[in-house]
Design a protein around this ligand. Structure first.
Ligand code: BEZ
Length: 393
């Protein structure tokens, strides 16, 4: 597959003449489908961006690097997880590169900028990670689909898990931006329902990893447990610092599964025993997951994580929808209908879209054992985001 940062075409005179003889609709049908990728390839979330792109490429490769029979052309932007650049980057992909589909991103704040542009232009947008609740809540839109999770979903079952283990008073620690704040809000909702209460909320600006002062505060508060949202490089640093501060055995650390996904080789033994909730785990015992993990490892010489799965599922959604419309990506109504009715046979287990265009999916309880996130149960079967404020469906 050819990946281009910019559009560079060399078309021979013969090809041009042949194309000119075709009716406009047929010309559009035979052109390449233009995929615009906006992902972090540098910074705290760089590894997450790479995994998403790898997963997407794997799904497309398994379909002959075509969608609905049409060849593909890629336009990539490193969004640097920088919300202030999101609108310009998305505009460039849509207006200059004329992408048919905008795919991105990891960071909720950046996704909100992309969403604004996609809603204004009506461009088809697929979100392969960012959980920003509004994207499938009050700002839900017919042309916007998410293949990952809402920030509300992964932590919602965590409070019950903690109360069942006798931890009724918790401190929540996270980055101060949409993903952290929305994870906290959802955790509090689920925790209160289960009989727990958050006694202190601690924040760091994104992407700071200066945990020392906050860990000292946690040690002084002595809660039953700590819950958190961190991912990528921030998760690695928190686990290492938490262990180095001697807190692991005294005040159990819990989190949404982003805390331990894709980072276990970097933290080693410090992560052993951590309990998290997430919509994926590498040890899931289903044939699709086994085949996906083997193919991913073979192609990229890497272990697949949740981000790779989300990228893969973005590819599966595109494959399924474009097959249904025979590659006619310009037939917006039919593409949207195909995505709305898609059933994705994912490594995470089968899922389908909610009325707000967000996966309805199982949330697993996982424990880190021997450097792996082992599934120890289903924390919530077929969890659907409440999609508060969404008028679709
Ligand atoms: C977010 O910003 O939505 C996010 C980033 C990393 C992992 C999960 C969510």
């Amino acid at each position: 597959m050819k990946i281009q940062g910019r559009r560079e075409f060399m078309i021979g005179a013969g090809a041009l003449a042949t194309a000119a003889l075709l009716p406009a609709a047929a010309r559009a049908q035979s052109a390449k489908i233009r995929l615009g990728l906006m992902l972090p390839f540098t910074g705290t979330f760089a590894q997450l961006g790479v995994a998403i792109e790898n997963g997407l490429n794997l799904a497309l490769a398994e379909n002959g690097d075509r969608l609905g029979g049409r060849e593909l052309e890629f336009f990539r932007v490193d969004d640097e997880s920088e919300p202030s650049k999101a609108t310009d980057n998305a505009n460039r992909l849509i207006t200059r590169d004329k992408v048919d589909v905008l795919i991105g991103t990891v960071h909720s704040g950046v996704a909100m900028g992309m969403l604004r542009v996609a809603r204004e232009n009506g461009t088809l947008m697929l979100i392969p990670n960012a959980g920003a609740d509004a994207a499938t809540g009050p700002l839900c839109s017919p042309n916007v689909f998410r293949t990952s999770f809402s920030n509300w979903q992964p932590v919602h079952p965590l409070g019950k898990v903690m109360v069942e283990r006798g931890h009724k008073k918790a401190v929540f620690i996270t980055w101060k931006y949409a993903a952290g704040e929305e994870s906290l809000a959802s955790f509090k909702e689920g925790y209160a329902k289960a009989g727990g209460s958050v006694v202190k909320e601690l924040f760091l600006p994104f992407p700071s990893v200066e945990f020392q002062a906050l860990l000292t505060e946690i040690a002084a508060i002595k809660p039953d447990a700590v819950a958190c949202f961190f991912a990528g490089g921030g998760a690695v640093k928190l686990i290492k610092d938490y262990a180095a501060a001697g807190l692991m055995d005294k005040i159990p650390l819990y989190g949404s599964g982003f805390l331990t996904d894709g980072i276990l080789p970097a933290v080693g033994k410090a992560a052993e025993g951590l309990l998290t909730t997430l919509h994926y785990a590498e040890s899931l015992d289903n044939p699709k997951n086994k085949a996906f993990r083997a193919a991913y490892e073979k192609k990229f010489k890497l272990n697949a994580d949740v981000y790779a799965v989300q990228g893969y599922d973005t590819g599966l959604l595109l494959v399924q929808a474009l097959e249904k419309v025979k590659g006619d990506i310009g037939n917006r109504k039919a593409v949207i209908a195909a995505m709305e009715s898609a059933v994705i046979d994912s490594p995470r287990g089968q899922w389908k879209m909610s009325r707000a265009h967000n996966p309805i999916q199982d949330i697993y309880l996982r424990r880190v054992e021997n450097g792996d996130n082992k599934v120890i149960g289903v924390a919530w079967k077929a969890l659907e985001d409440p999609a508060r404020g969404c008028k679709l469906g």
